[in-house]
Ligand binder design. Structure first.
Ligand code: CP
Ligand code: NVA
Length: 307
């Protein structure tokens, strides 16, 4: 079987996502019924993390165990990567010892170099530019609550970061629209976002205009990991971009609210929104587990048919 990596959302096509979502539904149901499903017995996942994580680490580690395999967590602190071993050498060695690798790192170029030198599938657990596993879970969550996302409007409020870029790629794959509202100076950079065009998103100066008629409102931290030096400036620049109840009221009545987490209540979102009735953030977080189990199954076993 040809090795596939999952480095950006656009690495898979819509049919593959539909297959993954079918598998996710089945895998999630087995999990909820406490039924054992061990297709990855004796397989090992290496998880190399150069940044902090709660959800990504736990969902991959627990997910691999639940599929019958084992997972090894390696932080930069523990490995020679943290002491300057070339990424290419690390990829060559690690991929001779395990079956699949998740990497969380800084510049996307690092994961590309790692994947080029890996003998086994590499999954992007977040880079400065993209977070494909997050949007895999987010779209699955949207579908569970509202059905197909095609033709819908997603409002992204705040920083045009890795999560935003991935929403924009997903809009091209699934044919929906993203209304983006960022402070001046933080606008989407289509090339950095890896987009084919500009047909699937629109930038708005006012966040209230961006959320008008949206089916989903979503945001993320104002300061992503690696940009901590800018935190004070960003607090000022983003002050008008907090998702609050008044902003949510401009969206459709049935609009959902999502946040990849971790969240800062009182900064990018008010407590009454994230803890309110439109918020699906806990389902969103849980679905990281189920979607990534389907992803690992697919990368290691290919299509195995939907039961
Ligand atoms: N959403 C997300 O990726 O969370 P972690 O940083 O906790 O993994
Ligand atoms: N944009 C955030 C996402 C964390 C899951 C960051 O990169 O820190």
């Amino acid at each position: 079987m040809q090795i596939r990596h999952f480095l950006q959302f656009k690495d898979f096509d819509r049919q593959e996502y539909e297959y993954l979502f079918d598998r996710t539904r089945w895998i999630k149901n087995e999990f909820k019924q406490y039924r054992r499903y061990w297709p990855l017995t004796d397989r090992t996942l290496a998880m190399i993390f150069e940044k902090h994580s709660t959800r990504t680490r736990l969902s991959f580690e627990a997910g691999m165990h639940q599929l019958g395999g084992s997972a090894i967590y390696l932080s930069t602190r523990d490995t020679q990567l943290g002491r300057g071993e070339p990424v290419e050498d690390a990829a060559r060695v690690i991929s001779r010892m395990v079956d699949i690798i998740t990497l969380r790192t800084h510049e996307h170029g690092v994961i590309e170099r790692f994947a080029e030198n890996s003998r086994v599938p590499v999954i992007n657990g977040l880079t400065d530019e993209y977070h494909p596993c997050q949007i895999l879970a987010d779209i699955f969550t949207f579908m569970e609550h509202r059905g197909s996302i095609a033709g819908k409007t997603v409002a992204w409020i705040g920083d045009s970061n890795n999560v935003c870029n991935t929403w924009l790629q997903a809009a091209e794959v699934f044919d929906f629209n993203v209304h983006v509202s960022t402070p001046p100076g933080y606008e989407v950079e289509p090339e950095r976002a890896g987009l084919y065009g500009t047909d699937h998103y629109e930038q708005f100066v006012s966040p209230h205009d961006a959320v008008k008629d949206a089916d989903l409102v979503t945001t993320d931290v104002w300061t992503s990991m690696g940009f901590e030096d800018e935190a004070d400036t960003r607090k000022n620049d983003f002050a008008d971009f907090r998702v609050d109840a008044e902003m949510m009221a401009c969206a459709k009545e049935e609009a959902l609210f999502m946040h990849c987490l971790p969240a800062h209540r009182g900064e990018e979102v008010d407590a009454e929104v994230i803890d309110g009735p439109q918020s699906v953030v806990w389902d969103e977080a849980e679905n990281r587990l189920h979607t990534q189990k389907a992803l690992m199954e697919y990368l290691l076993l290919g299509r195995i048919g939907v039961r």
